[in-house]
Design a protein around this ligand. Structure first.
Ligand code: DQA
Length: 148
């Protein structure tokens, strides 16, 4: 099982970015924890973060040539704006989960809309950075149930 952990804009600043909302862990910490959890459960993870919409789109396209089975994706601010990223995910037809560290629905009105939730296999939000680990477990559970 191969997972892609994909993170959108400003998540490279985790650890220093609004720690009262996003916590103290860095993206490197999260990537390492996700890789360790996945390995325990028999899966491998590649990680990618970008601040640029087109790079995230290209990475999703590339995933379809790499036998990636599942994408764990925090689209960050693109959650609320990007039809193009949504279209990339439907184009490659790789199952994915939408992860948010905070709960966008409990925040400003402009964060209420997601272009991903209705097509995601799972939506994990408001669990802090732990949410990435929950999403990883759920992804592997989903893939395992598909194989059975
Ligand atoms: C976020 C929530 C988004 O609204 C915000 O733009 C982010 C991070 C989260 O993980 O809580 O950058 O996706």
């Amino acid at each position: 099982m191969h997972l892609l952990l994909l993170n959108g804009p400003n998540l490279n600043l985790l650890g220093t970015r609004e720690p009262e909302i996003y916590g103290a862990e860095t993206l490197a910490d999260i990537e390492q924890q996700v890789a360790a959890k996945a390995e325990q459960l028999g899966a491998q993870v590649v990680s990618f973060q970008s601040n640029a919409e087109h790079e995230l789109i290209e990475r999703i396209h590339q995933a379809s040539h790499e036998s990636i089975d599942f994408i764990v994706f925090n689209p960050a601010a693109y959650t609320h704006t990007s039809v193009a990223l949504r279209d990339a995910l439907t184009a490659v037809a790789i199952p994915f989960s939408e992860v948010h560290i905070s709960d966008p629905e409990q925040r400003e009105p402009f964060r209420q809309q997601s272009f991903f939730s209705d097509i995601a296999v799972h939506v994990v939000k408001g669990l802090g950075t732990q949410g990435y680990l929950v999403a990883t477990e759920q992804a592997i559970e989903f893939l395992t149930s598909q194989i059975r």
